[in-house]
Structures are given as structure tokens and as C-alpha cells.
Design a binder for this molecule. Structure first.
Ligand code: LLP
Length: 403
């Protein structure tokens, strides 16, 4: 049981709290699902990029899947070795590509023919042979929220099979490109194995057809996407996931890479707010808390469900309330018509499953400083990011006030 009251007395609110022991359990479960096979778990840094979180995974031997040079730098700072770092994403600036090549990371995941051309040009300038992988878009419906579905031709990600094949041939003939991997990621919060298996089959077939023309890949990168329980979803078990993937790779000697984010961190995290007051507009009841959509955007952006828990002395009956923050937007809510008892000033409202895509998608909207972040490990708590102050918010603007 986490003592949120004690934590908020020490660190105030709004506050992110992460259970590092839970992250360890999740990492180990996934890693051992691929036991007996060469594999790298490359944590998707975007899910929660706090340096202490990334360092926690680094210590367990994790790699990092990064989508900007900022994330690559975070991975290095956190102690992830270059040979376990990937750089993915649909748009990369020249200087990002250059730095990734110079840093000698495992490979760059290339997402278009135009990008392959840029990588080759930059590698040539640097006189370095750059390791690359190509992201294939298998045109499979992952059956998840449209905003986090990425494996259909309607989505901007990856290239179709024919284009991929052309790109491999081009890369293989280039003095400055070394095609070592193949990548797919069809979406996030996946709760069904079928679409994953189908995609893996399509991509494995492409690997075989490349073998036939003497292009030998080493890495089979299955992306991230394993869903978690926010409510009572049925989820994919890591063991079944691994079996489904391995089943498509008969006679292929490939190192498996997977890029989980949410699976490792979502249910390790809690977002804690204090109740400011309750109010009623007509028949509608609101609980106004001090956390807001700038801290945790998922409910506003995706209408995502997060379990809410109130910590209160209240003995009243539960009634449906909207839990809202102070930001000037009607979309600023954590839940609607959620059953909670009557709450008093300074009671706590805990939003569960907030460890992935929580803090990282935050902003300073309404000139609100970002929350502090706290780690729990072996029964100890420690601050891993300070609360932002007003001075932090204006730091990059203040000097321009002079004239
Ligand atoms: N690999 C690639 C290429 C990705 O695009 C992503 C996530 C991952 C791995 C990690 O996926 P995960 O294992 O966490 O599902 N903001 C959204 C999620 C966006 C996911 C973007 N890509 C949310 O809050 O649900």
C-alpha cells in the first residue's frame, strides 16, 4: 500500500508517484518471455522519459527506443550503451541523423525512401557506414484507438512492402548504408494477439524474400504496443506474445528487439491531486482538484479511462461526479460521471495507470509549472524531478523584457 498522504505532505501536489519495483517486475516478465532467444528489450523512452526511470531500466540491461535526438541523449545520460539504442520516428532533422550516426547507435529506423537518401548522404559526408533498419507498414488494423493506431496505410508511419524491398536493395548496394534490421509497430495499447501475429508473419516473409537475394538481416524489431489494464480489459500475456512472434520466425536466426513503453510503466504510476472544492451546476456535480489536463492529458485527448481513487475520511454515499482541474478548458477533466463520495478540501484524488504518457505529454498551459515526480523503491521514496517554479517557466523569456 502506498501512503499517498505521507508522500503529499512531503512533496505537495500535484504529484507523480512511480513504483520502480513494479517496473522491475514488468521488465523481467517480458525479458524472460523471450528466454532462450537472442533478444533486447529497448524501453520506449517516450512513455516516461524521466532520467531516473530510464536509468532504472538501464541497470536491468534494457536498451532504448528513441524518437528524437533529445531522447537519444537522455538514453546515453541514463547509462544505456550505444549498441542498445535505436532511433525511430517519421521525421528526423539532418543534425539528428548526423549525431545518431556519430554516436554509433545500434541503428536508425528509417521510415521513407526520402529519409533513406538523407541518411546515406549524411553517412557519406561523415565517411561512416550507417546501420539502418526499415519500418514496414504491414497494413494491418490493430483494433485500438485511431490516434494510437499506426500500422495501416492511412497512417503516416513506415513504408509498404514493395517500397521496403526497394529500399533494402538500395541500402545493400550503398557503400554508406548497412541494412541490419527490419521494424514494424502497428499501434499502442494492443489487447489482441491476432494483428500482431499477422504483421509478424508478413514481415518475416519479407525477411525470407530478402534472404533469397542475399540480403541478410540481424534484427527483427517488433515495436512496442502491448496493452495494459486501465479498467478490465483482457490483455496479452508476455509469454503468449513471445510465442506468437517466435512462431513466425522458423528457420530465421534473428535477434528480437521489442520496444515496450506502456507495459513497463503505465501501471507503475499514479497522479495525485488535492481536492480544492466541490461545486454544482444544475444537476451536475464537480470535484475541482489542483491537477489538470496540462499534467495528464490522456482523458482530455483520447477520452481515456483511468481508475480514480479518493483518499478521504468521507462516509457519504458515492454519487457520480466530474473530476476537473483549474485549466480554462471544458476538456479539462480526469473522469466524467465517476462514482465518488463527498469530498472535502485537501482530500486526495489519485489517478491510476498514469506512469506512461502522463508527465511526458504535459505542458505549461495556463502558466502552470509541471508537477514533481517521486520514485518508490524498496520501501523508500525519493524525488526524481523537482516541481517547476515560476522562475523556471519564464527563464527563456525574461531577458527579452528589457526593451
Ligand atoms: N515503438 C514505436 C515505434 C512507437 O511509436 C511506440 C509508441 C512505442 C514503441 C511504444 O509503444 P507502447 O509499448 O507504449 O504502446 N500517447 C499515447 C500513446 C502513443 C504511442 C506512440 N508510440 C497514449 O497516451 O496512449
Amino acid at each position: 500500500m502506498i501512503d499517498f498522504k505521507k508522500l503529499t505532505e512531503k512533496y505537495q501536489t500535484p504529484l507523480y508517484v512511480y513504483n520502480f519495483d513494479y517496473m522491475t517486475t514488468q521488465y523481467e516478465e517480458l525479458k524472460s518471455a523471450f528466454k532462450g532467444r537472442k533478444s533486447i528489450v529497448a524501453y520506449a523512452v517516450k512513455a516516461n522519459s524521466n532520467l531516473s526511470v530510464v536509468k532504472h531500466f538501464a541497470r536491468m540491461g534494457s536498451g532504448a527506443d528513441c524518437v528524437s535526438i533529445g531522447e537519444v541523449r537522455r538514453a546515453f545520460l541514463a547509462g544505456i550503451p550505444a549498441y542498445k539504442i535505436l532511433f525511430s520516428g517519421v521525421g528526423k532533422r539532418d543534425e539528428e541523423i548526423r549525431e545518431a550516426i556519430e554516436k554509433d547507435i545500434l541503428y536508425i529506423n528509417v521510415e521513407s525512401e526520402a529519409e533513406l537518401g538523407r541518411v546515406e548522404m549524411i553517412a557519406k559526408e561523415l565517411k561512416i557506414k550507417s546501420r539502418i533498419s526499415i519500418r514496414v507498414n504491414p497494413n494491418i488494423d490493430p483494433k485500438t484507438h485511431p490516434y494510437i493506431s499506426t500500422g495501416l496505410h492511412d497512417n503516416k508511419f513506415g513504408v509498404d512492402l514493395n517500397t521496403a524491398k526497394r529500399m533494402y536493395i538500395m541500402a545493400n548496394n550503398s557503400e554508406f548504408l548497412d541494412p541490419v534490421g527490419i521494424h514494424f509497430h502497428i499501434g499502442s495499447q494492443l489487447t489482441e494477439l491476432g494483428p500482431i501475429r499477422e504483421s509478424a508473419e508478413i514481415v518475416a516473409d519479407l525477411v525470407r524474400s530478402l534472404q533469397n537475394i542475399k540480403i541478410e538481416l540481424k534484427f527483427f524489431d517488433i515495436g512496442g504496443g502491448i496493452g495494459v489494464k486501465y479498467d478490465n480489459e483482457t490483455t496479452i500475456k508476455p509469454y503468449d506474445y513471445a510465442q506468437a512472434i517466435l512462431g513466425t520466425l522458423t528457420a530465421l536466426d534473428l535477434t528480437i528487439l521489442c520496444e515496450p513503453g506502456r507495459f513497463l510503466t503505465a501501471n507503475a504510476g499514479y497522479f495525485v491531486s488535492k481536492v480544492l472544492y466541490e461545486k454544482q451546476n444544475g444537476a451536475k456535480k464537480f470535484v475541482v482538484v489542483d491537477g489538470a489536463m496540462n499534467d495528464l492529458l490522456r482523458p482530455s485527448l483520447y477520452n481515456a479511462y483511468h481508475k480514480i481513487e479518493a483518499i478521504s475520511e468521507s462516509t457519504s454515499q458515492e454519487r457520480p461526479v466530474d473530476i476537473v482541474g483549474p485549466v480554462c478548458e471544458s476538456g479539462d477533466f480526469f473522469a466524467k460521471d465517476y462514482p465518488l463520495p463527498e469530498l472535502a478540501h485537501n482530500d486526495l484524488v489519485i489517478v491510476h495507470s498514469a506512469g506512461a504518457y502522463g508527465f511526458g505529454m504535459g505542458s505549461n498551459y495556463n502558466s502552470r509549472g509541471r508537477s514533481a515526480e517521486v520514485a518508490l523503491e524498496n520501501g523508500q521514496d525519493r524525488l526524481i524531478r523537482k516541481r517547476e517554479t515560476f522562475e523556471d517557466l519564464i527563464a527563456l523569456e525574461q531577458e527579452f523584457l528589457k526593451d
